[in-house]
Write a protein that binds this ligand. Sequence first.
Ligand SMILES: N[C@@H](CCC(=O)N[C@@H](CS)C(=O)NCC(=O)O)C(=O)O
Length: 215
Amino acid sequence: MIKLWNYFRSGTSHRVRIALNFKGVEWQYQPLNFLTQQHKEKAYLDLNPQGLAPAIEIDGAVLFQSPAIIEYLEERFPEPPLLPGDAISRAKVRAMAMLIGCDIHPLNNLRVLNEVKALTGQDAPPLDWIAHWVAEGFSALETLLSRDDSRHPDVCFGTTPGLVECYLIPQVYAANRFKVDMTPYPLIRQIDQACSKLAAFQKAHPDIQPDAPGK
Ligand SMILES: N[C@@H](CCC(=O)N[C@@H](CS)C(=O)NCC(=O)O)C(=O)O
């Protein structure tokens, strides 16, 4: 059985949950409590020396780094595909995913926010900082989406959801949680709405995971 070590609210965990559900494979939820720093305990560091979520046990191996995990899932379970059939399209899709995964998420990750709070001496999450990086990334993505008149309006590329939505939906969830103004991004909002009706995304939603408050 595939085991995913993750935290309900972690965007990188959320990505992998979507990909696993999308592929229709069975997997087991292994909670990592960030509040008690479980991800920094030796038992987890033995699996992932970075002490970051997620990690996955699959096919006798332990993998970490969500992009590497998702690419493995794509190779191991080719249907339904997360990536399009031709190389140029795949590069375009990966670029949109990386726009989020490399250039928004890492700047707003928990450990970075904690460092910003420490440097600025504030207690509350630095909402301006968070909104700045979301706005920079989402503006570029919104422009890309507006230029592509061949895509279905419910997805970022082509006619079905795939890799980009694995990255985008968790980032929109985080943006909403931190009260980022989403009104400038109607195309992104439409895609988020459309994905919220699909089972793979519903089952991956942070609020219904076993370690979410009230579960
Ligand atoms: N590039 C890594 C980033 C992993 C990452 O930053 N995970 C976050 C959760 S979204 C984490 O574990 N944060 C814990 C912390 O900052 O202490 C990946 O995509 O897996």
